[in-house]
Ligand binder design. Structure first.
Ligand code: BGC
Length: 735
C-alpha cells in the first residue's frame, strides 16, 4: 500500500501516539497538521454515546437513542433491506452525536446456545450472518458513518474471552467461523474490523498475522483499519507487525512500548507507517463523509416497530392466534407484559428514547375487549388462565441471564415460569405463550400451549409490534436463524465448552447448528429456518439453470399464498453434496428470499447461486474446491421442510492431492496426470484381471476397495500378483 501523505510529516512519537486512542471513545488527532480527532461508539442495535462516565461493560448510562431489536431478533426477518434501513437510521443518530464509527455489527457464529452474547449475533449459519451483516454495514456506511464488523474471529464464548485459545482446524475456520466476515468485507467494505479478545490456535487475534494480514487483507482485499476490541491488546508492537492498526481505548504505556520496539529494531518502521496510514485514512474518510444528521425520533421508533414485527417467530399455532377483537376478557400474565425484556446487557446496552410495553399496546389494540392482567405467576393468575377463553402468558429470560462477559449455564427458563405453565395444562380456552429472550431456551410447555410466539429482544417498540402480531394487524413471518434445541445435551459443543480455562477445542468441527442436529439425526424443538404465518404457501414449478463449467446456478420457483391473509414467506435454498471426498453437512443454506403476497397471489422467485455455494474448503488443496458430480438443490420452508428439490451436475475441479509413494492407489488413480499411467501399469497385472476389476468394480466391490486403499509402494508385496513395481516407483518419483 502507498503511505498516507502525512506520514512523512510525523515524528516517531506522534506516530506511536496515533496507534492508540486519545480516550475511551476517541482517536488521537494531530492538531498541528490539522488532523482532527474522531469518535466511535457502540453499538450494533442502538447508539451508545456516553458523555460522562465511560465504560464498555454497560454499567454507566449513555444518551437516549432508538433501541432496535438485537441482531438475533432481526436475523429472523431474513430481510436484508430491513437491516439496511436500520443501519441507515443508526448512521443518522451517530452523525447527530458526532460519532464517526459505529462499533458493529457482530457476526460471530452461535457455536453453543449458551454463549452470553448470542443475542448480539445473527445466526448459527455463516451465509445468513454474512448477508445480513453486509446489509447492515451498507446501511450504516451509506449514511456517512463507518461500521466495525466484530469480533474477528472465533469469539464464540464469553467464558475466559480475553485469554482463551480457540483450537480450531483451518477447514472449520474457513467454512464456519470466517465466511460471515468474508462476505461483509467483500460485499460491504466496512471502514473497520474489530479484532477479538481471544486467541486462535495459541495466537491472540490482536497479534495474529495470518488472520489480520494474510486472510483479511491479502485474500479478501480489506482496505480499512483493524481496531482492537477494548483492552484486547497484549503486546502492542507484535500487534502492529501482525496488522493491528489501532489500539482502543487509550493505552498509557502503548506509545512508549511502540517507540522502544522501533528503536530496538523489533518493530519495522514500515509496519508502523502502515498502521499510521490506516489511522489517518480512517480520519480522512470520516472527515469527508456526509449524510443527514437530523434524527426523526418518531420515524425511527416506527422502524424499530417494523423491525420487531418482522423479527418475531410464530413457532406453533393451533388456531389461538390471531386473537379476536372482542368477546370474553383476555387474560394476560407475567411481569414482562409491563416491564418487557427488550435488549441484552454489556457494551450494546442502550438507553431507549421511548419504550412501548406489550400491555399498554394490547389495551390500545383491543379497545373492545377487557384485559385482566396478572403480574405474578401465582395461583390467582392460574385460575384466571384456566377459565379464560384466551390467555397470553409472557415468559422469558431475566435481565441478568444474558450479557456480554459471561455465558449462560442452562437453557431453561426460570422455574416459576415453567411451573406456572405446567399448572395451566388443564384449561377451558386457548393459551398463547410469548417468549422474550435473546437466545435459545427450552420450552417444556410446547406440547400443551396452543400458540408460541418467540419475540426475542425486540427493542424499544417490541411491545407495540407484539400487539400488531397478536391482533392480526400483521402476520408474523420471521423464521429461526438458529435452531431451538430440545435439550442442552444435544447441542453441538456440549462436551467441548467452555474448555479448560486456557483452551477450548472445537472438536465438533464444521458441524454446528442445524449441521450438527442433521448429521447426528438428533431431534430439535424447532429446526433452523422454521416459522409460521397466519396463512399458507404453496411452492411449485422449480426450474434450475446450471452453468456446469462455472459452477453456478439460477434457481427459479413459484410461491402462492393459498390462505386468506396477506403475509411474507421466507424461502431458503439449501445445497446438498451427497458424495464428497470429505464429510460434508447434510445440506447448507446458500440463498434465501422473502416474498410478501396477498391472499391468492403468486410470484416467481429467482435466487442465484455462485460457485462458493457448492464449494468446501479442502485441506489438501488449502483452497475451496467444487467437486465434479451431483449436487441437490433444495427449496425449503425450513431446513426440515423441503418443498422442492432437484439434482444437478457440475463439472467441478479435480482434487489434486499431494501424492507420495505411500499414498493410496485410489488417490494415485484420480490424479489427472499420473492416474492414467498408474492405471495402465495395473491393467497389465494378473493377466489383465486387475484391469478388468478397475474397469468394472462391480465384479468384486470389496476387492476393488482393498486395492484402492493399498499404498502404491506396497502393491509389489502382493506376491501373487505381478505388479510392475519398477514402473510404479518411476511414476511416483517423477510426480
Ligand atoms: C466489546 C465490544 C465493544 C467494546 C466497546 C467490548 O467489551 O466486546 O463489542 O464494542 O467493548 O464497548
Amino acid at each position: 500500500m502507498t503511505s498516507h501523505p502525512l506520514v512523512t510529516e510525523l515524528t516517531d512519537a506522534e506516530k506511536a501516539a496515533l496507534c492508540t486512542g486519545a480516550s475511551f471513545w476517541e482517536l488521537m488527532g494531530v492538531p498541528r497538521l490539522g488532523v482532527p480527532s474522531i469518535s466511535v461508539a457502540d453499538g450494533p442495535h442502538g447508539l451508545r454515546k456516553q458523555d460522562r462516565i465511560v465504560d464498555n461493560l454497560g454499567i454507566a448510562e449513555s444518551k437516549p437513542a432508538t433501541c432496535f431489536p438485537t441482531a438475533a431478533a432481526m436475523a429472523s426477518s431474513f430481510d436484508s433491506a430491513l437491516l439496511e434501513r436500520v443501519g441507515a437510521a443508526l448512521a443518522v443518530e451517530a452523525r447527530a452525536e458526532g460519532v464517526s464509527v459505529l462499533l458493529g455489527p457482530g457476526v460471530n457464529m452461535k457455536r453453543t446456545p449458551l454463549c452470553g452474547r448470542n443475542f448480539e449475533y445473527f445466526s448459527e449459519d455463516p451465509y445468513l450472518a454474512g448477508k445480513l451483516g453486509a446489509a447492515f454495514v451498507r446501511g450504516v456506511q451509506g449514511g456517512g458513518v463507518g461500521a466495525s464488523v466484530k469480533h474477528f474471529a472465533a469469539n464464540n464464548q464469553e467464558s475466559h474471552r480475553m485469554t482463551v485459545s480457540a483450537e480450531v482446524d483451518e477447514r472449520t475456520l474457513r467454512e464456519i467461523y470466517l465466511p460471515a466476515f468474508e462476505t461483509v468485507i467483500r460485499e460491504a467494505a466496512p471502514w473497520t474490523v474489530m479484532c477479538a479478545y481471544n486467541r486462535i490456535n495459541g495466537t491472540y487475534c490482536a497479534e495474529n498475522h495470518w488472520l489480520l494480514s494474510e486472510v483479511l487483507r491479502a485474500e479478501w482485499g480489506f482496505d480499512g483499519l483493524v481496531v482492537s476490541d477494548w483492552l484486547a491488546v497484549n503486546d502492542r508492537a507484535a500487534g502492529i507487525a501482525a496488522g493491528l492498526d489501532l489500539e482502543m481505548p487509550h493505552s498509557p504505556d502503548g506509545p512508549a512500548r511502540v517507540l522502544a520496539a522501533l528503536e530496538s529494531g523489533e518493530l519495522d518502521r514500515a509496519d508502523l507507517d502502515r498502521a499510521v496510514s490506516r489511522v489517518l485514512e480512517l480520519i480522512d474518510r470520516a472527515s469527508a463523509a456526509t449524510g443527514p444528521s437530523a434524527v426523526d425520533v418518531d420515524a425511527h421508533h416506527e422502524l424499530a416497530r417494523a423491525a420487531a414485527r418482522e423479527s418475531a417467530v410464530l413457532l406453533q399455532n393451533s388456531g389461538a392466534l390471531p386473537l379476536a377483537a372482542g368477546g370474553a376478557p383476555l387474560v394476560v400474565v407475567g411481569p414482562f407484559a409491563e416491564t418487557p425484556r427488550f435488549q441484552g446487557a454489556g457494551s450494546s446496552r442502550v438507553v431507549p428514547n421511548r419504550l412501548d410495553t406489550p400491555l399498554a399496546a394490547l389495551r390500545a389494540a383491543f379497545p373492545d375487549r377487557r384485559i385482566d392482567y396478572f403480574a405474578d405467576y401465582d395461583a390467582q393468575a392460574a385460575v384466571a388462565v384456566a377459565g379464560a377463553a384466551d390467555a397470553i402468558v409472557f415468559a422469558g429470560l431475566p435481565e441478568q441471564a444474558e450479557s456480554e462477559g459471561f455465558d449462560r449455564t442452562t437453557l431453561e427458563l426460570p422455574e416459576d415460569q415453567t411451573a406456572f405453565l405446567d399448572r395451566v395444562r388443564e384449561r377451558r380456552g386457548r393459551l398463547t405463550v410469548v417468549v422474550q429472550a435473546g437466545a435459545a431456551v427450552t420450552m417444556p410447555f410446547a406440547a400443551h400451549a396452543d400458540a408460541i410466539l418467540f419475540a426475542w429482544l425486540g427493542g424499544q417498540a417490541g411491545g407495540s409490534a407484539l400487539a400488531d402480531l397478536l391482533s392480526g394487524a400483521h402476520s408474523p413471518s420471521g423464521k429461526l436463524a438458529e435452531t431451538l434445541p430440545l435439550d442442552l445435551r444435544n447441542t453441538p459443543a456440549h462436551t467441548n465448552f467452555p474448555g479448560n480455562g486456557s483452551t477450548v477445542g472445537y472438536h465438533e468441527g464444521i458441524f454446528i447448528g442445524y449441521r450438527w442436529y442433521e448429521a447426528h439425526g438428533l431431534p430439535t424443538a424447532f429446526p433452523f429456518g422454521h416459522g409460521l404465518t397466519y396463512t399458507t404457501f404453496a411452492y411449485s414449478d422449480l426450474d434450475i439453470t446450471v452453468d456446469s463449467a462455472a459452477a453456478t446456478a439460477t434457481v427459479a420457483f413459484t410461491i402462492t399464498n393459498t390462505g386468506s391473509t396477506a403475509a411474507a414467506e421466507i424461502t431458503q435454498i439449501y445445497v446438498a453434496d451427497p458424495e464428497s471426498d470429505l464429510p460434508r453437512p447434510v445440506h447448507e443454506l446458500k440463498g434465501f428470499a422473502r416474498t410478501h403476497l396477498e391472499p391468492g397471489a403468486s410470484r416467481r422467485v429467482t435466487v442465484e447461486l455462485d460457485r462458493r455455494a457448492f464449494a468446501y474448503w479442502h485441506p489438501d488443496r488449502a483452497d475451496w474446491l467444487v467437486e465434479s458430480g451431483e449436487f441437490t438443490i433444495e427449496v425449503g420452508a425450513s431446513s426440515a421442510d423441503i418443498r422442492l428439490s432437484q439434482p444437478i451436475r457440475l463439472d467441478g475441479e479435480p482434487l489434486r492431492r499431494t501424492l507420495t509413494a505411500t499414498s493410496p492407489t485410489g488417490a494415485w488413480l484420480t490424479d489427472p496426470q499420473a492416474g492414467p499411467r498408474v492405471r495402465a501399469v495395473l491393467a497389465e497385472a494378473a493377466d489383465g484381471l486387475v484391469g478388468a476389476l478397475l474397469d468394472n468394480p462391480q465384479l468384486d466391490p470389496g476387492r476393488y476397495e482393498m486395492l484402492l486403499s493399498m499404498p502404491l509402494n506396497r502393491l509389489g508385496r502382493v506376491n501373487s500378483i505381478d505388479f510392475d513395481t519398477r514402473a510404479l516407483a518411476e511414476i511416483a518419483a517423477q510426480h
